[in-house]
Design a protein around this ligand. Structure first.
Ligand code: LMR
Length: 330
């Protein structure tokens, strides 16, 4: 067996955390030969719930689980000490009727201390995935508060949108979801995101050709994906949890596994200026991985329709950045 890696999860006793940590412990993500030590983190009022999560983890007897350590969020440097991955799940969730942007001033300050503590304590090779909303801008805040950590280590989650979009296309086409490739989410994990159906394929054919209904693609498809989070909140009375956890794990797997040539994946990363996006914004792009680091897929052509959508999500991210500029040192 390899040396254990340490994986921190904030909000580990919450709904997403509970759906996440067992799968992290099981070997599903890092493989059957990679032991994992979980650092479970919660806010002080509910930190005792981690005792129950730990008991259940123990009761699973996962051979890959090499340890469980529990922390309250007042001690983040201890919590992130030597961690190779930090999954920032904890944040105040959106309630019915709120837009994700409404959360920005509530959750933003949490991510200044998160960034500082990651820089102070995490392992040299740390990678960070922000799930808590508004995840792009929370990631931006944490990254700015950890200037010594290379900018290619920061990710915000758009995989949930990708998975939603893939299923919408598959169901419309009457095809298995595994046939859908390269369905990429551009921009913000919000109602302005752009799910790029033009460049997606279904069974090796261009998605628009297989679907044969451009009006649906340009309207219902996009709005269904953009508003799916709100629809889940409305239907469930709580924000998506199992599907969000699943997407977080899909993101980590996509980052650590060499990408198959035909299938890029979605995550928001620190822009290098590709596709006219401001350098430094955390923007959803098509990515490929060599199993260690990720690259933005270049050379994708966008129609005027797509350019307009990408501009809208870029403008939203610029305005989110302006809203939190006092939290962005450097
Ligand atoms: C989601 O997309 O389901 C989550 O980001 C929760 C939300 O507020 O939409």
């Amino acid at each position: 067996m390899a040396e254990p890696i340490r994986v921190a999860v904030t909000g580990a006793a919450g709904n997403i955390g509970y759906a996440l940590v067992f799968r992290l412990a099981s070997g599903e993500v890092f493989g059957p030969d990679q032991p994992v030590i979980l650092h479970l983190i919660e806010v002080p009022p509910v930190v005792s719930r981690l005792d129950g999560v730990q008991m259940e983890l123990d009761d699973c007897a996962f051979p890959t689980l090499a340890g469980v350590e529990k922390f309250d969020s007042d001690h983040l440097e201890d919590a992130f000490a030597n961690c190779n991955w930090v999954l920032c799940v904890g944040s105040v969730p959106r309630k019915a009727g709120m837009e994700r942007g409404d959360l920005i001033r509530v959750n933003g300050p949490i991510f200044t201390s998160t960034g500082k503590a990651i820089q102070a304590a995490a392992a040299d090779d740390v990678r960070v995935l922000v799930v808590g909303n508004p995840c792009n801008t929370n990631c931006l805040i944490a990254m700015h508060n950890a200037p010594d950590i290379p900018r290619d280590r920061w990710y915000a989650m758009t995989m949930l949108d990708q998975n939603r979009a893939a299923t919408q296309l598959a169901q419309k086409a009457g095809r298995p979801v595994a046939d859908v490739k390269n369905i990429i989410i551009w921009g913000n994990h919000s109602a302005t995101q752009y799910p790029d159906f033009f460049n997606a394929s279904i069974g090796g054919q261009p998605a628009p050709q297989v679907i044969g209904d451009d009006a649906w693609l340009q309207s219902d498809f996009i709005t269904t994906v953009q508003k799916r989070g709100a629809a889940v909140i409305e239907a469930r009375g709580a924000s998506s949890a199992a599907s969000a956890a699943n997407a977080a794990l899909d993101t980590v797997k996509s980052i650590i596994t060499p990408t198959d040539a035909e299938n890029s994946f979605s995550a928001a990363i620190c822009s290098d200026g590709s596709y006219g996006v401001d350098e430094g914004l955390i923007f959803g792009y098509p990515l490929t991985s060599d199993g260690n680091s990720c690259s933005i897929v270049q050379g994708i052509e966008h129609s005027a329709f797509a350019q307009e959508k990408i501009q809208a999500t870029l403008d939203e991210l610029r305005s989110e950045r302006d809203t939190v500029k006092d939290l962005l040192p450097g």
